[in-house]
Structure formats: structure tokens, C-alpha cells
Design a protein around this ligand. Structure first.
Ligand SMILES: [Zn+2]
Length: 138
């Protein structure tokens, strides 16, 4: 599988909100949405607040600070495009602003040393033609 084939296979589906999210990452910002009605903040992008279902929201920039909620270490690649990366860590992280997201932990060395609630910071990396939000221990 060539890098172009990997990029095509992994590209998120075209979606106006998703496109704005990915464009912000390309500009070096991780964004999330916050409801103007109830104050809830969330990821991934969607057109209505998942708490109150209002469609009145605004984009906000994440500070990049987060904490580790949970993780797994993949020893078999989820997709053949990631076969040369095993083992790699897939994690749920919680941004300081509240939203939780699925991401990767990078630069952590031995994944056995990771700790629940561990402080993390955002690293935006180019990968397969996108800019991808990942996290590293502080
Ligand atoms: Zn709401």
C-alpha cells in the first residue's frame, strides 16, 4: 500500500463541520464546539449539542492541556496503513476545557509507565495528508 493509497483510505468523509475542524488543525489549532445554550463543550464535531440538542454553538480553541483517561496498546494494527507502527497507543484524553477525544499517546517511551490522570500536552503532527492531534506526557 503506497502512502497515497493509505491517505485515500484513511481520509475522513467530506463534511462541512469536519472540514473546518481539520482546517484548524492544519493552522495549528485544535478546536472544539461549545453550546451557547447550556455551556457544554464537545468533540467530535456535530451540528447539535449532545447534551441539550440546541444547534446554537461556537468554535473554541483548545489550550492543548489534557489528562489521560484510558488507553490501550495495539500490538496488531487496526488498519494495514498502521502495520509498520505497532506497538502504538490509542487513548481517550480529556481536554482541560472538558471535551474527551480519542487520540494517540506519543513520546511516552514504555506504555507500561503511563498513569491514569497523567498530564498531557497536544502535539499536532502531519500524517497521511492531514494534521492529526496527538498527545505526549508533560
Ligand atoms: Zn447544550
Amino acid at each position: 500500500m503506497t502512502d497515497d493509497e493509505k491517505a485515500a483510505a484513511l481520509r475522513p468523509p467530506a463534511d462541512p463541520l469536519g472540514d473546518q475542524f481539520w482546517q484548524s488543525l492544519k493552522e495549528g489549532r485544535l478546536t472544539f464546539q461549545r453550546c451557547k445554550h447550556c455551556g457544554n463543550a464537545w468533540l467530535p464535531v456535530r451540528s447539535e449539542c449532545p447534551r441539550c440538542l440546541e444547534a446554537d454553538w461556537a468554535w473554541e480553541n483548545a489550550s492543548g492541556a489534557a489528562r489521560l483517561i484510558s488507553w490501550v496498546v495495539y500490538h496488531r494494527a487496526f488498519h494495514e496503513a498502521f502495520a509498520d507502527r505497532v506497538p502504538y497507543t490509542v487513548a481517550v484524553v480529556e481536554l482541560t476545557e472538558g471535551p474527551r477525544m480519542t487520540s494517540n499517546i506519543i513520546g511516552a517511551g514504555d506504555p507500561e509507565a503511563l498513569k491514569i490522570d497523567q498530564a498531557l500536552r497536544l502535539v499536532i503532527e502531519p500524517d497521511f495528508g492531514l494534521f492529526v492531534p496527538r498527545f505526549t506526557p508533560v
